[in-house]
Design a protein around this ligand. Sequence first.
Ligand SMILES: Nc1ncnc2c1ncn2[C@@H]1O[C@H](COP(=O)(O)OP(=O)(O)O)[C@@H](O)[C@H]1O
Ligand SMILES: [Mg+2]
Length: 175
Amino acid sequence: MSRRAFVVSRGLEYFTESELQMQIGAGRNAWPAAILKELVDNALDASELAGATPEIDVTITKEGFRVRDNGPGIPTPVIEQSLDYNVRVSDKLGYVTPTRGRLGNALMVVWAAPFVASGESAIEVRTRGNLHRIRVGVDPLEQQPAIDLATTNGLPADGTEIRLGWPDSARACSH
Ligand SMILES: Nc1ncnc2c1ncn2[C@@H]1O[C@H](COP(=O)(O)OP(=O)(O)O)[C@@H](O)[C@H]1O
Ligand SMILES: [Mg+2]
């Protein structure tokens, strides 16, 4: 008799449904709401830090979600770090809780979730004058995350706008 150990490499922690379900603490039908909550929490945290009254705009379309805030924006190195799935940002192996800002790796979950839910990834972050186009996926041969980040600049530098492609067909079915 042979035994096989199934080991999920650290890099793929965010890229299988079961792993992501553990990270989010809920099944995939609840992911859109959980992801939007994390994005709104981040916007609240940011404006609180900046001492500004938060103005947050959430838009839901058939194609996906958009969250916009009037906070100080996300520095490019923070964006880059949030895409490094081989590094654990926090030692606290966090799970989503009803409190704010506990996950510590929310952006990593936010980027991965639409891909895991739909097989597609189309993310745009407009912040600090930059447009970051992000695609995440899995390299099937290497079994590692495959990340693409393209940054261009020249946008107005106010606030943060995050767009997540999330096809209607990959969301909860309520009928
Ligand atoms: N809307 C935002 N505006 C400004 N900074 C942001 C925003 N969203 C995320 N950030 C930055 O990205 C970092 C990582 O966010 P996240 O992964 O949610 O972890 P956490 O919120 O626990 O720090 C935050 O600490 C913050 O510096
Ligand atoms: Mg957060």
